[in-house]
Ligand binder design. Structure first.
Ligand code: FE2
Length: 451
């Protein structure tokens, strides 16, 4: 039973957390027995003197399957705050200065943060597309923090946040309860949920995708049937846990691309009980059931989709969150690595864990690689030669570490800081030069060329 969240040692707390299992379920949880009203969500006098608060993350009249809502029973209404003022977000930016970039792009990991950098001040924005005010598009960030957020909470009115650490575990305290998020996990924080990120290690780094579009859901499985890819049971939602703190707490909100700040005279993480489905989750990416060929060829890389933000066009996602972990390669008479390709979609690649044989072409954890709409890419010449000259194709377990992909329907525009970053590899195209010509020249064509 989790009760007050402000009293325990963070690491012990993180390692002893209980969870509610299942993605999209209507859950209910109470940190104090009797805090959750029975049979009526809005009783005349809520139990224990709590205040009832409704929280909608989707339009009220959406079909039931799209509904995202919760009822909260809290010490004070979240309305008890002062006026919000714009603040400088630093390197955590909207897309106001973002520009189109058609070149293949790659960045080395960002340098160490200054002392005292927390999760919010340590966010660094690559870019994105769309407009949070129009509820379309997404943005991509990395974070690097060496301090816990203290007497501060953050919430994102612009969209959900997918947090994928590659270094350092996190204790994420939310209005709905606590999540322990380790490298190899992904956390999903719904739009508008207030939360605080505390570090369980000296340094914390990771990737963040911000989804301005329709909430992320599990992809449809079609002929794969009911059990493949990410299993809904492996998503864990928190149990209710509250802070009873009466001192100033800053609330930072990202709102239409800018950061705003106000102050509570208490912690707004004071929800003692709740029920609903607009809740945070944590998911271990190693739980993913990888699907692929058992004979020859390749399945499309969409089989790596963990979560997808749908659009109104069936089959077209605002963006897909994909993850690749170790797998068996068994395809016979096949070019096993990804074939050379140009896609209408755009893909941003991040590395969570380096394979045992060393960094791949995607770089180290913290690196970023972007192939925007229709950018040709695939193996570099040395990888192509090694693959083509490989002897017999035997079944092979390939530990490729852990990579994540944000596959986006529209090209990502890059912020000025990403375009001009010292970490950007400005000679990235060199890697695709020098492919050996293997097609024989015809004497006739050589004769024509020589004239
Ligand atoms: Fe690709």
């Amino acid at each position: 039973m989790s009760t007050r969240s402000d009293q325990a040692d963070p690491r012990k707390t993180a390692e002893s957390l209980e969870y509610l299992h299942g993605f999209g379920n209507l859950h209910s949880s109470e940190a104090v027995p009797g805090a959750l009203p029975a049979g009526n969500s809005t009783p005349h006098r809520p139990p224990l003197g709590l205040y009832t608060e409704r929280f909608h993350g989707a339009s009220m009249t959406e079909p039931r399957g799209n509904s995202r809502q919760a009822w909260m029973y809290r010490i004070r209404p979240s309305a008890q705050h002062g006026p919000f003022s714009r603040i400088d977000g630093g390197t955590f930016r909207g897309l106001a200065d973002a520009q189109t970039e058609m070149n293949r792009s790659s960045w080395n990991p960002q340098p160490d943060p200054k002392p005292g950098t927390d999760f919010v001040s340590g966010l660094w924005t690559f870019g994105g597309h769309g407009d949070p005010a129009e509820r379309t598009g997404m943005a991509v960030h990395v974070y690097a923090a060496n301090a816990s957020m203290k007497d501060t909470v953050f919430s994102n009115s612009d969209g959900e946040m997918l947090i994928t650490p590659f270094e350092g575990a996190l204790l994420v305290r939310t209005e709905f309860g606590l999540l322990h998020v380790k490298p190899g996990d992904v956390a999903l924080i719904p739009r508008g949920v207030r939360f605080r990120v505390e570090l369980l290690d000296a340094m914390a780094r990771g990737y963040v995708a911000e989804n301005f579009g329709r909430p992320l859901v599990l992809p449809e499985l079609g002929p794969l049937g009911s059990t493949a890819l990410a299993d809904p049971k492996d998503f864990r939602a928190p149990v209710a846990a509250y802070e009873d703190v009466e001192r100033p707490v800053q609330a930072i909100v990202k709102y239409c691309g800018e950061l705003w700040s106000s102050t509570y005279d208490h912690s707004p993480l004071d929800v003692v009980a709740w029920h609903g489905n607009h809740v945070p989750y944590v998911y271990d990416l190693h739980s993913f059931m990888t699907v692929g060929t058992l004979s020859h060829g390749h399945a499309d890389p969409s089989v790596y989709t963990v979560l997808t933000s749908p659009t109104d066009t069936p089959g077209v996602a605002n963006f897909d969150f994909c993850s690749v972990v170790g797998r068996w390669e068994v395809a016979m008479d096949s070019f096993r690595p990804p074939y050379y390709h140009r896609n209408i979609g755009s893909e941003f690649v991040g590395i969570v864990k380096t394979p045992p044989f060393g960094p791949t072409m995607f770089g180290e954890p913290g690196a970023g690689m972007l192939h925007n709409m229709l950018a040709p890419h695939g193996l570099w010449p040395e990888g192509d030669v090694a693959t083509t000259n490989a002897a017999a194709l035997e079944p092979e377990w390939i530990d490729i570490g852990l990579a994540i992909f944000y596959d986006s329907r529209l090209p990502l525009k890059l912020t000025r800081q990403a375009l001009e970053s010292p970490q950007r590899q400005h000679d990235f195209d060199k890697h695709w030069q020098g492919f050996e010509r293997r097609f024989p020249r015809s004497p006739l064509q050589e004769d024509i060329n020589a004239r």
